[in-house]
Design a protein around this ligand. Structure first.
Ligand code: BTN
Length: 279
Protein backbone atom coordinates (compact mmCIF):
# COMPACT_ATOMS: atom_id res chain seq x y z
CA UNK A 1 0.00 0.00 0.00
CA UNK A 2 1.40 3.39 -1.02
CA UNK A 3 1.18 6.19 1.58
CA UNK A 4 -0.90 9.01 0.19
CA UNK A 5 -1.76 12.51 1.30
CA UNK A 6 -4.56 12.66 -1.23
CA UNK A 7 -7.40 15.13 -0.55
CA UNK A 8 -10.99 13.92 -1.04
CA UNK A 9 -12.19 13.41 -4.62
CA UNK A 10 -8.78 13.97 -6.23
CA UNK A 11 -6.77 11.53 -8.34
CA UNK A 12 -3.39 10.25 -7.20
CA UNK A 13 -1.55 8.79 -10.19
CA UNK A 14 1.11 7.07 -8.03
CA UNK A 15 -1.47 5.17 -6.04
CA UNK A 16 -3.32 4.31 -9.26
CA UNK A 17 -0.13 2.97 -10.85
CA UNK A 18 0.53 0.79 -7.81
CA UNK A 19 -3.02 -0.58 -7.85
CA UNK A 20 -2.71 -1.54 -11.53
CA UNK A 21 0.88 -2.79 -11.44
CA UNK A 22 0.00 -6.45 -12.07
CA UNK A 23 -2.58 -5.79 -14.79
CA UNK A 24 -2.32 -5.23 -18.57
CA UNK A 25 -3.09 -1.55 -17.88
CA UNK A 26 0.22 -0.92 -16.12
CA UNK A 27 2.02 0.44 -19.23
CA UNK A 28 1.37 4.16 -19.16
CA UNK A 29 -0.86 5.50 -16.37
CA UNK A 30 -1.45 9.23 -16.60
CA UNK A 31 -3.51 11.81 -14.75
CA UNK A 32 -4.01 15.12 -16.55
CA UNK A 33 -5.85 18.29 -15.55
CA UNK A 34 -7.55 19.11 -18.85
CA UNK A 35 -7.51 17.31 -22.18
CA UNK A 36 -9.53 17.24 -25.39
CA UNK A 37 -10.70 13.70 -24.84
CA UNK A 38 -9.03 10.90 -22.90
CA UNK A 39 -10.11 8.51 -25.67
CA UNK A 40 -8.09 10.56 -28.17
CA UNK A 41 -4.97 10.31 -25.98
CA UNK A 42 -5.37 6.55 -25.64
CA UNK A 43 -5.95 6.17 -29.40
CA UNK A 44 -2.83 8.23 -30.17
CA UNK A 45 -0.78 6.06 -27.82
CA UNK A 46 -2.18 2.88 -29.40
CA UNK A 47 -1.38 4.13 -32.89
CA UNK A 48 2.17 4.84 -31.70
CA UNK A 49 2.49 1.20 -30.58
CA UNK A 50 1.36 1.15 -26.92
CA UNK A 51 -0.62 -1.95 -25.92
CA UNK A 52 -1.89 -0.92 -22.49
CA UNK A 53 -2.38 2.18 -20.36
CA UNK A 54 -4.76 4.57 -18.63
CA UNK A 55 -5.53 8.24 -19.26
CA UNK A 56 -7.65 9.99 -16.65
CA UNK A 57 -8.49 13.70 -16.70
CA UNK A 58 -10.17 16.17 -14.36
CA UNK A 59 -11.84 17.84 -17.35
CA UNK A 60 -12.33 17.29 -21.08
CA UNK A 61 -12.88 20.10 -23.57
CA UNK A 62 -14.12 17.78 -26.34
CA UNK A 63 -15.41 14.66 -24.57
CA UNK A 64 -17.14 12.27 -26.97
CA UNK A 65 -20.14 10.05 -26.36
CA UNK A 66 -21.68 7.28 -28.45
CA UNK A 67 -23.49 8.16 -31.66
CA UNK A 68 -21.49 11.36 -32.21
CA UNK A 69 -22.83 13.04 -29.06
CA UNK A 70 -20.64 15.27 -26.91
CA UNK A 71 -19.94 14.26 -23.33
CA UNK A 72 -20.29 17.24 -21.01
CA UNK A 73 -17.46 17.57 -18.51
CA UNK A 74 -17.75 19.35 -15.17
CA UNK A 75 -14.15 19.87 -13.98
CA UNK A 76 -13.26 17.73 -10.96
CA UNK A 77 -16.78 16.40 -10.44
CA UNK A 78 -16.85 13.69 -13.09
CA UNK A 79 -14.68 10.67 -13.75
CA UNK A 80 -13.27 10.78 -17.29
CA UNK A 81 -11.03 7.84 -18.06
CA UNK A 82 -9.87 5.78 -21.01
CA UNK A 83 -8.23 2.38 -20.75
CA UNK A 84 -6.14 0.96 -23.58
CA UNK A 85 -6.09 -2.83 -23.79
CA UNK A 86 -4.96 -5.31 -26.43
CA UNK A 87 -7.00 -8.38 -25.54
CA UNK A 88 -6.83 -11.64 -27.46
CA UNK A 89 -10.42 -11.37 -28.65
CA UNK A 90 -12.14 -11.48 -32.04
CA UNK A 91 -12.64 -8.05 -33.60
CA UNK A 92 -16.39 -8.65 -33.34
CA UNK A 93 -16.33 -9.28 -29.56
CA UNK A 94 -19.35 -7.24 -28.56
CA UNK A 95 -19.23 -8.39 -24.95
CA UNK A 96 -16.16 -6.19 -24.39
CA UNK A 97 -18.62 -3.26 -24.40
CA UNK A 98 -20.80 -5.10 -21.90
CA UNK A 99 -17.76 -5.83 -19.71
CA UNK A 100 -17.02 -2.11 -19.38
CA UNK A 101 -20.54 -1.27 -18.24
CA UNK A 102 -20.55 -4.17 -15.81
CA UNK A 103 -17.17 -3.16 -14.37
CA UNK A 104 -18.48 0.37 -13.76
CA UNK A 105 -21.68 -0.97 -12.18
CA UNK A 106 -19.67 -3.21 -9.84
CA UNK A 107 -17.26 -0.43 -8.92
CA UNK A 108 -20.11 1.95 -8.10
CA UNK A 109 -21.75 -0.64 -5.87
CA UNK A 110 -18.52 -1.62 -4.12
CA UNK A 111 -17.30 1.92 -3.44
CA UNK A 112 -20.46 4.02 -3.01
CA UNK A 113 -22.89 1.35 -1.83
CA UNK A 114 -25.39 2.46 -4.52
CA UNK A 115 -27.11 -0.10 -6.74
CA UNK A 116 -27.61 1.58 -10.09
CA UNK A 117 -28.87 0.02 -13.33
CA UNK A 118 -27.38 -0.82 -16.72
CA UNK A 119 -29.46 0.16 -19.73
CA UNK A 120 -28.26 -2.21 -22.44
CA UNK A 121 -25.59 -2.21 -23.62
CA UNK A 122 -23.67 -0.13 -21.10
CA UNK A 123 -25.42 3.08 -20.02
CA UNK A 124 -25.29 3.56 -16.26
CA UNK A 125 -28.67 4.86 -15.17
CA UNK A 126 -30.69 5.21 -11.98
CA UNK A 127 -33.02 2.33 -11.12
CA UNK A 128 -36.14 4.48 -10.77
CA UNK A 129 -38.61 4.89 -13.58
CA UNK A 130 -37.01 7.87 -15.30
CA UNK A 131 -33.63 6.13 -15.74
CA UNK A 132 -31.51 9.24 -15.27
CA UNK A 133 -28.08 8.86 -16.85
CA UNK A 134 -25.14 8.51 -14.45
CA UNK A 135 -22.47 7.39 -16.86
CA UNK A 136 -21.62 5.89 -20.21
CA UNK A 137 -19.03 3.94 -22.15
CA UNK A 138 -17.45 4.63 -25.54
CA UNK A 139 -15.42 1.71 -26.95
CA UNK A 140 -13.21 2.36 -29.99
CA UNK A 141 -11.28 -0.51 -31.55
CA UNK A 142 -8.84 -1.40 -34.31
CA UNK A 143 -8.52 -4.75 -36.04
CA UNK A 144 -5.16 -6.53 -36.27
CA UNK A 145 -3.66 -7.15 -39.70
CA UNK A 146 -4.74 -10.69 -40.67
CA UNK A 147 -1.86 -13.15 -40.26
CA UNK A 148 -3.73 -16.31 -41.23
CA UNK A 149 -7.12 -17.05 -42.71
CA UNK A 150 -8.56 -17.26 -39.16
CA UNK A 151 -10.97 -14.94 -37.34
CA UNK A 152 -9.97 -11.25 -37.50
CA UNK A 153 -8.71 -10.29 -34.04
CA UNK A 154 -8.60 -7.00 -32.15
CA UNK A 155 -5.38 -5.04 -32.37
CA UNK A 156 -6.43 -2.81 -29.51
CA UNK A 157 -9.50 -1.46 -27.75
CA UNK A 158 -9.87 1.94 -26.12
CA UNK A 159 -12.55 1.82 -23.45
CA UNK A 160 -13.66 5.30 -22.41
CA UNK A 161 -15.84 5.66 -19.33
CA UNK A 162 -17.51 8.83 -18.06
CA UNK A 163 -19.32 8.85 -14.69
CA UNK A 164 -21.11 11.77 -13.03
CA UNK A 165 -19.65 11.46 -9.55
CA UNK A 166 -19.72 14.57 -7.36
CA UNK A 167 -21.98 16.98 -9.26
CA UNK A 168 -24.11 18.99 -6.78
CA UNK A 169 -26.10 20.34 -9.71
CA UNK A 170 -26.12 19.43 -13.38
CA UNK A 171 -25.75 21.67 -16.41
CA UNK A 172 -29.25 22.97 -17.34
CA UNK A 173 -29.37 20.95 -20.59
CA UNK A 174 -28.92 17.71 -18.61
CA UNK A 175 -31.25 18.44 -15.66
CA UNK A 176 -34.12 16.28 -16.92
CA UNK A 177 -32.11 13.32 -18.12
CA UNK A 178 -29.03 12.91 -15.89
CA UNK A 179 -28.00 12.62 -12.27
CA UNK A 180 -24.80 12.05 -10.28
CA UNK A 181 -23.72 9.54 -7.66
CA UNK A 182 -23.73 12.38 -5.09
CA UNK A 183 -27.30 13.35 -5.99
CA UNK A 184 -28.32 9.67 -5.74
CA UNK A 185 -26.99 9.44 -2.19
CA UNK A 186 -23.20 8.95 -2.18
CA UNK A 187 -22.51 11.59 0.46
CA UNK A 188 -18.72 11.57 0.30
CA UNK A 189 -18.04 11.08 -3.40
CA UNK A 190 -14.46 10.18 -4.23
CA UNK A 191 -13.23 9.45 -7.78
CA UNK A 192 -9.99 7.65 -6.86
CA UNK A 193 -11.34 4.45 -5.23
CA UNK A 194 -14.09 4.35 -7.87
CA UNK A 195 -11.48 4.58 -10.63
CA UNK A 196 -9.29 1.85 -9.14
CA UNK A 197 -12.23 -0.52 -8.63
CA UNK A 198 -13.50 0.16 -12.16
CA UNK A 199 -10.18 -0.60 -13.84
CA UNK A 200 -9.50 -3.67 -11.72
CA UNK A 201 -12.96 -5.11 -12.45
CA UNK A 202 -12.50 -4.31 -16.15
CA UNK A 203 -9.27 -6.34 -16.20
CA UNK A 204 -10.99 -9.26 -14.45
CA UNK A 205 -13.81 -9.32 -17.00
CA UNK A 206 -11.51 -8.98 -19.99
CA UNK A 207 -9.50 -11.97 -18.68
CA UNK A 208 -12.77 -13.93 -18.42
CA UNK A 209 -13.68 -13.01 -21.99
CA UNK A 210 -10.25 -14.09 -23.24
CA UNK A 211 -10.53 -17.41 -21.39
CA UNK A 212 -14.05 -18.04 -22.71
CA UNK A 213 -12.91 -17.22 -26.22
CA UNK A 214 -9.87 -19.50 -25.97
CA UNK A 215 -12.11 -22.31 -24.68
CA UNK A 216 -14.57 -21.61 -27.54
CA UNK A 217 -17.44 -21.42 -25.05
CA UNK A 218 -19.62 -19.79 -27.69
CA UNK A 219 -21.51 -17.67 -25.20
CA UNK A 220 -20.66 -14.63 -23.14
CA UNK A 221 -19.42 -15.53 -19.63
CA UNK A 222 -20.82 -12.22 -18.36
CA UNK A 223 -24.49 -13.09 -18.77
CA UNK A 224 -25.21 -14.14 -15.19
CA UNK A 225 -23.61 -11.03 -13.66
CA UNK A 226 -25.37 -8.82 -16.21
CA UNK A 227 -28.77 -10.29 -15.37
CA UNK A 228 -28.14 -9.30 -11.75
CA UNK A 229 -26.88 -5.83 -12.61
CA UNK A 230 -29.52 -4.80 -15.15
CA UNK A 231 -33.30 -4.67 -14.91
CA UNK A 232 -33.41 -3.98 -18.66
CA UNK A 233 -32.68 -7.48 -19.93
CA UNK A 234 -35.94 -9.29 -19.14
CA UNK A 235 -39.56 -8.22 -19.32
CA UNK A 236 -38.90 -4.51 -19.89
CA UNK A 237 -41.21 -2.70 -22.34
CA UNK A 238 -38.91 -0.78 -24.69
CA UNK A 239 -38.71 1.24 -27.87
CA UNK A 240 -35.92 0.13 -30.23
CA UNK A 241 -34.70 2.78 -32.70
CA UNK A 242 -33.01 0.47 -35.25
CA UNK A 243 -34.67 -1.24 -38.24
CA UNK A 244 -37.09 1.65 -38.66
CA UNK A 245 -38.04 1.62 -34.97
CA UNK A 246 -40.38 -0.73 -33.10
CA UNK A 247 -41.62 -1.47 -29.59
CA UNK A 248 -41.52 -4.70 -27.65
CA UNK A 249 -40.47 -6.43 -24.44
CA UNK A 250 -36.91 -7.46 -23.63
CA UNK A 251 -36.25 -11.21 -23.59
CA UNK A 252 -32.63 -11.68 -22.47
CA UNK A 253 -29.27 -11.73 -24.25
CA UNK A 254 -28.14 -13.92 -27.12
CA UNK A 255 -24.83 -15.85 -27.03
CA UNK A 256 -22.84 -12.78 -28.11
CA UNK A 257 -24.49 -10.38 -25.68
CA UNK A 258 -26.94 -8.75 -28.10
CA UNK A 259 -30.34 -7.85 -26.66
CA UNK A 260 -33.38 -9.95 -27.59
CA UNK A 261 -36.76 -8.22 -27.84
CA UNK A 262 -40.19 -9.76 -28.53
CA UNK A 263 -41.95 -7.23 -30.74
CA UNK A 264 -45.69 -6.43 -30.74
CA UNK A 265 -46.29 -9.22 -33.30
CA UNK A 266 -44.58 -11.75 -31.02
CA UNK A 267 -41.48 -12.03 -33.24
CA UNK A 268 -38.17 -12.32 -31.41
CA UNK A 269 -35.74 -9.73 -32.76
CA UNK A 270 -32.06 -9.09 -32.06
CA UNK A 271 -30.96 -5.55 -31.15
CA UNK A 272 -27.42 -4.76 -32.28
CA UNK A 273 -26.92 -1.12 -31.33
CA UNK A 274 -27.74 1.17 -28.40
CA UNK A 275 -30.47 3.76 -28.09
CA UNK A 276 -33.08 1.44 -26.53
CA UNK A 277 -35.43 3.42 -24.29
CA UNK A 278 -38.09 2.44 -21.75
CA UNK A 279 -41.78 2.92 -22.61
C1 BTN B 1 -22.01 7.65 -23.91
O1 BTN B 1 -22.40 8.29 -24.90
O2 BTN B 1 -22.80 7.22 -23.09
C2 BTN B 1 -20.54 7.37 -23.73
C3 BTN B 1 -19.83 8.46 -22.99
C4 BTN B 1 -18.34 8.19 -22.82
C5 BTN B 1 -17.62 9.38 -22.22
C6 BTN B 1 -16.21 9.04 -21.87
S1 BTN B 1 -15.49 10.25 -20.82
C7 BTN B 1 -13.92 9.51 -21.03
C8 BTN B 1 -13.81 9.11 -22.48
N1 BTN B 1 -13.34 10.20 -23.30
C9 BTN B 1 -14.26 10.61 -24.18
O3 BTN B 1 -14.12 11.53 -25.00
N2 BTN B 1 -15.38 9.87 -24.04
C10 BTN B 1 -15.23 8.87 -23.02
Amino acid sequence: MIETTRQGNTIDAEELRAALSDTPLSGDVRHLREVHSTNDLALEAAQAGATGGVWVADAQTAGRGRGGHTWVSVPGDGLYVSALLSPRLPATAFDLSLAAGLAAWEAIREVSGLTVDIRWPNDLVTRERHSLKLGGVLVETAVAAPSTAGTPMLRYAVIGVGINVAHRTLPPELMDEASSLFLEGWQVPDRQPLLIALLQRLCVHVRQLEAANAAQLGQTPLAEALYEASTWLHGKPVRVPEEGGYTGTTAGLDAQGFLLVNDAQGTRRTVRSGGVRGL
